[in-house]
Design a protein around this ligand. Structure first.
Ligand code: AMP
Ligand code: MN
Ligand code: MN
Ligand code: MN
Length: 285
């Protein structure tokens, strides 16, 4: 049987709706053999997930999904097999938490100006002790019936150029990738087909990503169609990147993405799970 790797997922430590324990259990139920938890800008869920994985057949890889500014764009870079105890990573994450809180307050003020009051307080409550994200605002807007769907909350209020959109200075490519590689982790460009950017800009970014120490790209995502995979695989070949595969699972309610439900990696792409440094290769255990 084929081993199922899912190297991109979220828990209540950021904008996922399952606790790390529930996430690991669901991954096991869905046949995932190896799961990475990659919450937005936080490592807070990793210890719980690691513990939960000890009671299962599943192998667990600690990860993170960092928000990174490059030129005028925001990219998401997944770190795989990171060490949550690495001090530069932790101080980076504390900095990002502060930025997220300040941005959330500002999103709240912008929505108040549109006559929608108290959303910040509710979003904060929903995020509980997890990292606050736009997803929490979207959920509050949906719950309050300001919008008919989560997607519409982004389309009307939270997406780029909309009234509740607040640009943030996260981290830069060198610094963010340094937090990952400095503790032995592997940097992976997340969901390359989801950025609203031309192919030539993406190529320019990929050159900078490789230069900064990036090694892998998500060739297969939870919502990839065959064309997405084809195009992403081409970027992997062109830039000599390892292929990663991850669902970007957030919640059981979004039925079009499920843990471990992923197309196979194209045969000529070297998968990131065979990289000896990840500790998963057949000859490394
Ligand atoms: P943030 O990092 O706080 O800006 O929030 C980004 C998160 O919002 C992403 O990781 C997605 O989970 C979610 N998101 C962004 N755009 C959309 C969208 N159009 N529809 C649904 N969720 C989205
Ligand atoms: Mn998210
Ligand atoms: Mn992302
Ligand atoms: Mn994600």
């Amino acid at each position: 049987m084929n081993t199922i790797y899912d190297f991109h997922s979220h828990s209540t430590a950021s904008d996922g709706s399952l606790s790390p324990t529930e996430l690991v259990r669901r991954a096991g139920d869905k046949g995932v053999d190896c799961l990475a938890l990659t919450d937005h800008d936080t490592t807070a869920g990793l210890e719980e997930a690691r513990q939960a994985a000890l009671d299962s057949n599943l192998r667990f890889l600690p990860g993170i999904e960092l928000s990174i500014n490059w030129e005028s764009h925001v990219f998401h870079v997944v770190g795989l097999n990171i060490d949550p105890g690495y001090e530069p990573l932790q101080s980076g994450v504390r900095k990002l938490a502060k930025i997220r809180h300040e941005r959330a307050e500002e999103i709240g003020r912008r929505l108040e100006k549109k006559g929608i009051t108290g959303v910040y307080e509710q979003a904060l409550q929903l995020a509980a002790d997890g990292m606050i994200t736009r997803t929490h605002f979207a959920k509050v807007l949906l719950e309050r019936q300001c919008v008919p769907t989560l997607q519409k909350a982004f389309d009307r209020y939270l997406g780029r150029g909309k009234p509740g959109y607040v640009a943030a200075r996260w981290t830069n490519l060198d610094e963010g990738i340094g937090w990952i590689t400095g503790c032995g982790g592997t940097a992976v460009l997340a969901h390359p087909r989801r950025y609203r950017i031309t192919a030539s800009r993406l190529r320019k970014f990929l050159a900078a990503f490789v230069e900064a120490g990036g090694e892998s790209i998500e060739v297969v995502c939870g919502n990839s169609n065959p064309e997405d995979i084809h195009i992403s695989a081409r970027f992997a070949r062109e830039f000599g990147l390892l292929g990663s595969s991850g669902s970007d699972f957030h919640s059981p309610e979004s039925s079009w993405v499920e843990l471990g439900r992923l197309h196979p990696m194209p045969a000529d792409i070297a998968p990131v799970w065979d990289k000896p440094g990840l500790g998963l290769a057949a000859n490394s255990h």
